[in-house]
Design a protein around this ligand. Structure first.
Ligand SMILES: Cc1cc2nc3c(=O)[nH]c(=O)nc-3n(C[C@H](O)[C@H](O)[C@H](O)COP(=O)(O)O)c2cc1C
Ligand code: SF4
Length: 702
């Protein structure tokens, strides 16, 4: 028997489900336009709940008051969202809702919201899970019979006192239902599964989740479907089956993965856009004309090129025109190209953090949560052709800038929009945690290091200003080839210089620089970094590539550290992600094991000690093959390493307008688990192997 607490007459005909329609849409189950016409159709929210001791019931009753449909009389709420209907699963005929979607007339479409506690004893919840499972496996019916609902989302309540972690059963039944609903609806998870501890954070988590779900309902009702990118939502193939390829196809900024050339060599169709003019990096000369485009002062920053006369802006080319092979190659790789020379992409760690599977090493070392981090570049062009660059062959290269220049405001707007769009595309992906998804809608950090050379962009200072005004911290990585720009660079939260080799010959081989005076440029950059060390948090970034820059180079690197005196030295192994640049001939053989990276770091540290330099090995993130050597300036009075950053203090210093030093925004002590010798994996995250399977030494209570 079906008891609908707020029964609506439309359900009189709910058995009238058009199988013909279902059949038709099986061929294209995610065609939202076919399913829902926002000018004529209506969205009907159904709120299902189960409750043994009454907590979830009260919450469900409260929720229906707060969903958008309830506010129908308010002019701001679109009339095509109907009043939500509440269902107690204990009294609901499951077949009526979980085999066929309820349909009173063909213009009313269901949206399911399910609120569930978890019980490890035999309850109605077991029947419910079993029903969903059987329906999916029943060979007589479509294995996704709910494919015609508009979407669904689930919130689970549990008790962390008794069931502290996911592995121990926290909210396990909500998770199961979420999984089966993904299958039954052919992936229509409209918003990530939310979970809350009924004894602590349930209200906060629920509120965040409710806001997210309400926004989605409004979007759907307005005819925008479940959002871009994920057709419907996450894969019915559940999260643990998501392939590692998928993850590595979206790169992190700076693990510099080795890529195998999969298909044809992209470089063969792309022109090297080098030896062009350049613009000087001075705010006072900025004259960005929106209509005609900015006029670059043509100053050559190579020592070998003649200055070019200012050009008519109309005659300036775009760095990455829409119709170019570069544009196609980059968009296929998951980049959003912004304007004509900038890009944004979400990295694998951002995805991983959204799913509670760990952040990148920057969380362990500096406190950056990967799901709050945007990876971008205002210049897709670079002046090196590093052998390990995973974009080699697709991104433009050049020693000078003579392209059209996009205004920083437009780039900022474009990259942040692009980032949020990509985050939203994750909302239906299995395993994404609702609270992290909600947090991710506010960017807190920006890694300016995606591909290309950010410092190449003539208005980089104006761009970082825009970030800082929004309290977005900035990590900028440059390639040590543009000393003038480095000198002119204003405050960033952390300033990196890539140190890819310890001597001239080795640098030529590995970076394949376009500048003929590359070594002089490199050395000047080190000197500039030394001068800046009490103004900026400076970092040497060493990327170890076996056969190129490890063997016999420890002493050379120690000399470079002595010259540049950076605040930190980050050492990481080149990352393998299944492919490599064939032209450079790199393979897995070039990827050092973590033990090799560690041995190198120990040797480098010893070489620094021999020179009397005050450094030590502070932290590690074995997961991404990365170790941090730090200056002892970053120890507190008790001798603890303090590599974390106090971001609030950074913005305060910046806004004070006064001079400040890196020590002024030094954070709290580095967490115990991140210290050298402890591995660097946050115990609150879930460890998975490359296939997404859980690792046993997993997590403790969040
Ligand atoms: C007998 C019993 C078993 C429970 N089992 C679990 C469990 O396995 N996992 C979990 O996260 N919470 C578990 N809980 C906690 C409940 O899911 C939580 O208190 C919930 O808010 C109860 O909701 P209700 O009042 O709507 O029934 C259990 C609670 C009881 C009383
Ligand atoms: S710093 Fe940001 S962009 Fe870079 S790997 Fe970490 S999360 Fe990704």
């Amino acid at each position: 028997m079906c008891t609908i607490l707020e029964k609506d007459s439309e359900f009189a005909e709910q058995g009238d489900v058009s199988t013909a329609r279902c059949g038709k849409e099986s061929s294209n189950p995610n065609s939202f336009a076919q399913l829902y016409n926002h000018t004529t159709d209506q969205l009907q929210p159904h709120v299902f709940f189960a409750s043994l001791t009454g907590t979830t019931e009260k919450i469900a009753q409260d929720l229906v008051q707060k969903l958008p449909g309830w506010e129908q009389n308010r002019p701001s709420v679109p009339s095509h969202i109907r009043k939500p209907i509440l269902h107690d699963l204990s009294y609901t005929e499951l077949d009526d809702y979980f085999i066929n979607p309820p349909r009173s007339d063909s213009n009313v479409h269901a949206f399911y919201i399910i609120l569930l506690p978890t019980y490890n004893i035999d309850t109605i919840l077991d029947n419910f899970v079993e029903h969903l499972k059987e329906t999916h496996h029943d060979f007589r019916i479509d294995n996704a019979p709910l494919r015609n609902i508009l979407g669904y989302s689930i919130f689970g309540f549990g008790d962390k006192e008794g069931w502290p972690t996911e592995e121990e059963g926290f909210c396990s039944q909500a998770r199961e239902v979420d999984k089966w609903m993904a299958k039954l609806t052919a992936r229509k998870r409209a918003y990530p599964l939310g979970v809350g501890d009924s004894k602590s954070d349930a209200n906060v988590r629920l509120e965040e989740w409710r806001e997210g779900v309400s926004a989605v309902i409004r979007e759907i009702a307005a005819g925008n479907g479940l959002g871009e990118g994920v057709p419907g939502s996450g894969a019915a193939v559940e999260s643990d089956e998501e392939s590692e390829d998928d993850l590595s196809a979206t790169e992190e900024d700076d693990t510099v993965p080795v890529k195998l050339a999969k298909k044809k060599k992209a470089g063969s169709t792309l022109s090297d856009l080098e030896d062009l003019g350049r613009m000087i990096n001075k705010g006072s000369e900025r004259d960005i004309e929106k209509q005609s485009g900015p006029i670059p002062p043509a100053v050559d920053f190579t020592t070998y090129k003649k200055s070019l006369k200012p050009k008519d802006p109309a005659a300036l080319k775009e760095m990455v025109p829409k119709e170019s092979p570069t544009y196609n190659a980059l968009t296929k790789q998951g980049y959003t190209i912004v304007g004509s020379h900038s890009g944004v992409k979400i990295c694998r760690w951002t995805k991983s953090a959204l799913r509670g599977r760990g952040s990148c090493y920057k969380f362990s070392f500096y406190g950056i949560k990967s799901h709050l981090c945007m990876e971008t570049t205002p210049s897709l062009s670079c002046s090196n052709k590093c052998v390990f660059c995973w974009r080699h062959g697709t991104n433009p290269v050049g020693t000078t800038w003579r392209w059209r220049v996009d205004p920083p405001e437009e780039i900022f707007q474009g990259v942040t929009d692009g980032h949020y769009r990509k985050i939203k595309m994750m909302k239906g992906v299995p395993g994404v945690r609702a609270e992290r998804f909600a947090e991710a809608m506010r960017i807190r950090h920006c890694a300016l290091s995606l591909v290309g050379e950010p410092i190449f962009y003539p208005y980089i200072n104006e761009f970082t200003d825009l970030l800082h005004k929004q309290h977005i911290s900035s990590f900028l990585v440059c390639n040590a080839q543009h000393p003038d720009q480095l000198e002119a660079l204003q405050h960033v939260t952390q300033l990196y210089v890539s140190i890819d080799a310890s001597n001239k010959e080795s640098l030529r081989k590995i970076d394949r620089p376009l500048h003929r005076d590359y070594w002089e440029r490199f050395q000047r950059c080190l000197d500039i970094l030394r001068e800046k060390r009490f103004i900026q948090r400076t970092v040497f970034r060493l990327t170890l590539v076996k056969g190129f820059n490890i063997e016999d180079e420890v002493e050379g690197y120690a000399d470079l550290v002595q010259r540049g005196l950076p605040c930190f030295v980050e050492v990481k192994g080149v990352t393998y992600c299944g492919t490599t640049t064939s032209s450079a001939g790199l393979s897995m053989q070039n990827v050092p094991f973590y033990e090799e990276v560690s041995a190198f770091v120990v040797a480098l540290n010893a070489a620094l000690q021999r020179r009397g330099l005050d450094y030590g090995i502070a932290a590690e993130h074995a997961h991404s093959c990365c170790v941090l050597i730090a200056s002892t300036r970053f120890r507190n009075s008790e001798g603890q390493w303090c590599t974390l950053i106090d971001y609030d203090a950074f913005f305060k210093c910046l806004e004070s307008g006064k001079e400040f030093t890196p020590e002024d925004y030094m954070g709290t002590p580095t967490p115990e688990w991140a210290l050298w010798g402890n591995g660097g994996f946050d115990p609150r995250d879930e460890r998975v192997d490359r296939k997404g399977r859980k690792k046993v030494e997993a997590s403790v209570d969040e």
